[in-house]
Write a protein that binds this ligand. Sequence first.
Ligand code: RP5
Length: 167
Amino acid sequence: MATVSIVMGSDSDMPVMAKAVEVLEQFGIDYEIRIISAHREPDIFVEYAKTAKDRGVKCIIAGAGKAAHLPGMCAAVFEGPVIGIPMKTSDLGGVDSLYSIVQMPTGVPVATVAINGGANAGILAVKMLAMNDVALAAKMHNFIVEQKESVEAKDSKLQNEGYKAFL
Ligand code: RP5
């Protein structure tokens, strides 16, 4: 059973989607990963989204670029939370993807992360799952503490060695 489903519109999205996968693996979350185009193969897309709940999926992470309808259509069919990742594009820089994903009509939300925000999509999914999982919440707490300590260490280095140590 897959707790999180990761889906992207094209294999060209993989470098960004891989960042979400890395986070899920870091936290030990079961996942499935698919390339499904809502535009190029709508029948397969609908079957995928309709059956996600039966596969045990609690949350979908969907990434797409350009006229990025995949995350919104996931939210239209799947009843659980959907996290959308807008891909940076060569023509419009990803603002096209961002607007396509974030501007959902009332009643059908997509929690949209930053352009190319694959890692944050994974972190947000883990935080959702951690609400009902004490062990996962403890792992997330450690992650947050480590992140804070990492920034503190950099500032300490700055104070001790000066800014040139970072160049
Ligand atoms: C979207 O169109 C995909 O998510 C991708 O970001 C974009 C371009 O797809 P390719 O032409 O690279 O397959 O459906």
